[in-house]
Design a binder for this molecule. Structure first.
Ligand code: ADP
Length: 501
């Protein structure tokens, strides 16, 4: 049996952000604090080492002020008593400042003096380390009872004979150093904890502020998912960052989607409305035939052509609707199509002249070369046929149609002008809408579904062209098309470059 893949646990971005900042700041402060801590404690240790060295030098120097070959207990007692017996108070104080006394009364150090044979002659307490006959003064960091201690050893040279008369050993228990070390460690740990908590909280707070609009965006998405027709949008964010931009783009996308949905449902409504009439007519005739027309030649003669006419209309309507839906996708399917414009215009002009011999057609061609425009040939033909068909349909008595062809800097202009019934200013903006007919009944009689101009507009805009109309009621209309010209030179250069590659 296949194991169901476990869904990864949801972890909020805010928590991730807070954790990230906390870990980041912990790492940085750990490096800084460790560097500071080790340099500070190293300094402290060096100080202790230096003061131990001073003590070794001065004390061994003082003990060496003897004329004997060896150091004895009496001599040291004598030395101490002599100092203590000093007469005046000032002299007593001065004598206590002597190095040996200072080391003896220092609670942080233990002093031991050995004779030449390395036998103990004086000590202030128990020493951790055994004596050693050293030749020169030396200081070592050695392990003590609880922690490390500083061990200083020095030979005592007689001042007069310059010979070794004994050995001095001072142990510094580093209590002062460890006191400060522990205090510093505590402060560092506290500081680090504080940094982690503060940066975590700050990161969380900041991400909360920054990501707050995400909740609005999410609730809008959920609302639209549940009901796509809902008119909900992400509220104005009053900020100028990526999220504000995202919500603007998202709102624009929703607006567009909404427009598409509206258009789609309107289209379905329009189509069913348009189909209702022919279907009703066909149904009426069929019912009539079924009831009493089967054997009545007059009814048959009336009904059959009417039904055929309506099916023809339905056929053309279906075809035009198909054209309209295809026209929406030209940008995708015919992006690279090009057509020599003069060729097509002349062809349509000649065809119309032939089909409608009762009309006077004129073509005013101002093009010097046959320009190539960005459009699929059949589509340009279809647009021109729609415009010329309309010109014929709505020409009335003055059967004259004028085509023109010219160019400006970037585009070719094609004009289709008639001198017929024209369009009123109120209707002018609506003629490109789907299923719009100025006079429904009349247009229907002429076989119009109100889709021709809608198809033409969608097609031409799909190729980044324009279509406009100027008209005056009773005087005629002028439909103008523009289509971008293909820069043949640049195109050839590009193609050559590609080929060379
Ligand atoms: P139809 O198939 O009904 O002609 P169109 O979309 O081609 O549909 O045109 C829409 C409406 O615009 C027409 O019903 C007509 O009333 C008006 N119209 C189009 N072309 C002309 C024109 N050349 N002169 C006057 N009216 C026009």
């Amino acid at each position: 049996m296949e194991k169901e893949q476990a869904k990864p646990r949801f972890v909020s971005l805010k928590v991730k952000w807070a954790l990230g900042t906390a870990i980041g700041s912990l790492l940085i402060s750990l490096i800084v604090v460790t560097a500071l801590f080790s340099s500070f404690t190293q300094d402290l240790l060096n100080q202790e080492r230096k003061s131990l060295n001073d003590s070794l030098v001065t004390t061994s120097h003082q003990l060496g002020a003897t004329n004997r070959d060896d150091i004895t207990t009496q001599q040291i007692n004598h030395l101490l008593q002599k100092r203590i017996k000093s007469q005046t108070v000032n002299q007593v104080r001065q004598s206590y400042q002597g190095p040996i006394i200072q080391e003896i009364i220092n609670p942080r150090t233990e002093v031991a003096i050995y004779n030449r044979q390395n036998h103990l002659v004086f000590s202030t307490g128990t020493l951790y380390r055994a004596p050693a006959k050293v030749k020169t003064s030396q200081i070592q960091l050695v392990s003590g009872k609880k922690h490390k201690i500083l061990l200083g050893r020095a030979p005592i040279y007689s001042k007069s004979t310059k010979k070794v008369v004994g050995y001095l050993q001072i142990e510094n228990h580093l209590t002062n150093y460890y006191q400060r070390y522990n205090r510093l460690l505590l402060i560092s740990i506290l500081a680090l904890t504080l940094v982690v908590i503060a940066s975590g909280l700050l990161g969380y707070g900041l991400s909360y502020l920054i990501l707050r609009p995400l909740d609005d965006i999410q609730s809008t998405i959920v609302a639209i998912r549940d009901d796509p027709t809902k008119n909900q949008r992400v509220p104005e964010l009053n900020r100028n960052d990526e999220l504000a931009e995202l919500s603007q783009i998202f709102n624009a996308m929703l607006d567009r989607m909404q427009r598409y949905i509206d258009q789609q449902s309107q289209f379905v409504g329009d189509v069913s409305h348009e189909l209702r009439t022919p279907v009703a007519i066909i149904q009426g005739h069929m019912q009539m035939l079924q009831r009493w027309g089967k054997d009545d030649p007059q009814v048959l003669e009336e009904s059959i052509p009417a039904v055929i006419a309506e099916t023809k209309r339905m056929n053309s309507l279906v075809q035009e609707m198909l054209d309209l839906s295809r026209a929406e996708q030209v940008e995708l399917n015919f992006r690279d199509a090009t057509t020599p414009v003069r060729d097509v215009v002349h062809q349509v002009y000649n065809n119309f002249k032939m089909i409608h011999p009762d009309f006077e057609f004129m073509l005013d061609d101002d093009l010097r070369h046959d320009e190539v425009v960005k459009i699929y040939r059949d589509h340009l033909e279809q647009i021109l046929i729609i415009l010329c068909d309309n010109a014929v349909k709505y020409s009335g008595e003055r059967k004259k149609i004028h085509l023109s062809l010219s160019r400006n800097l970037r585009a070719v202009e094609i004009g289709v002008q008639d001198f017929g019934e024209g369009i009123s200013p109120e209707e002018l903006s609506k003629v490109f809408d789907r299923f719009y007919r100025v006079d429904k009944a009349r247009s229907r009689k002429k076989g119009g579904n109100g889709l021709g101009l809608a198809i033409a507009k969608r097609l031409i805009e799909g190729y980044h062209g324009t279509i406009t109309v100027e008209s005056q009621l009773g005087s005629g209309s002028l439909f103008r098309l523009t289509l971008p010209i293909v820069d043949v030179k640049n195109n050839n250069a590009e193609k050559n470059q590609e080929r060379e590659k």
